[in-house]
Write a protein that binds this ligand. Structure first.
Ligand code: G3P
Length: 224
């Protein structure tokens, strides 16, 4: 499948509704809707489910996190090699729920790239977005932490954060794609994100916690 903007990335976090078999069911829903509607959906399965889900769907899977190590004696760490071996196509880095320092972020972007894996670096505001853009990741995802999980979307509550970040990041390197996330839950939120210049969105609870995940996802891609 050829991926094209707008990119929809669903982060399964550690919710019960996206764990184990629930995670695989949700991944299958994403796969079906991506194919039927020709939209670019990527998923970030829970870490312990990563290999399992990668093997069972054809849409790109990403790791939710990766540590600045390739492999070795690091109990409980997520090595870059393990991400590659899982079949994932890349990783989120520095999510506000799993922060990382700039030097480690830099190292990880470089190693992921040498493995042909994509890097999506999260940032909490425009200034941090500029700093991480200097590291030349493939994607920068702007997510104001105070809106995460609230159902109040960044694209409607803080539109200037999205548009200023897009401007700043593209000024540094127009090849870097910009995502926005936090509180996004419907097609209208996606539409405003794209109108603000974002190349896509990163979301979680709006779909994962929905009574009907498929319906929520369908609504989300309705505008595309
Ligand atoms: O990684 C996505 C994220 O942090 C946004 O979460 O639940 O507000 O869509 P949510």
């Amino acid at each position: 499948m050829l991926l094209k903007p707008p990119f929809i990335i669903l982060n399964m976090k550690s919710y019960q509704e996206s764990s184990g078999e629930n995670g695989l069911n949700l991944a299958k829903i994403c796969e079906d809707l991506a194919k039927e509607n020709d939209v670019s959906i990527m998923i970030c399965p829970q870490q312990v489910d990563l290999t399992y889900i990668c093997k069972n769907v054809t849409i790109p899977c990403l790791s939710q996190h990766v540590d600045p190590i390739e492999s070795g004696g690091y109990t409980g760490w997520v090595s870059i090699n393990s991400v590659k071996n899982s079949g994932a196509k890349g990783s989120l880095i520095n999510h506000s729920e799993h922060k990382m320092n700039l030097a480690d972020t830099d190292l990880i972007i470089g190693v992921l790239r040498s493995f042909n894996l994509i890097s999506i670096v999260c940032a909490n505001n425009e200034i941090t977005s500029r700093a991480v853009a200097e590291l030349r990741p493939d994607f920068v995802a702007i997510e104001p932490p105070e809106l995460i999980g609230t159902g109040v979307s960044v694209s409607s509550a803080r539109p200037e954060v999205v548009s200023h970040t897009v401007e700043s990041v593209k000024y540094i390197d127009q090849n870097i794609k910009v995502l926005c996330g936090a509180g996004i839950s419907n097609g209208e939120d996606v539409r405003s994100a794209v109108n603000l210049g974002a190349d896509g969105i990163l979301l979680a609870s709006g779909v994962i916690k929905a009574k009907n995940q498929k319906k929520a996802l369908l609504d989300l891609i309705s505008y595309i």
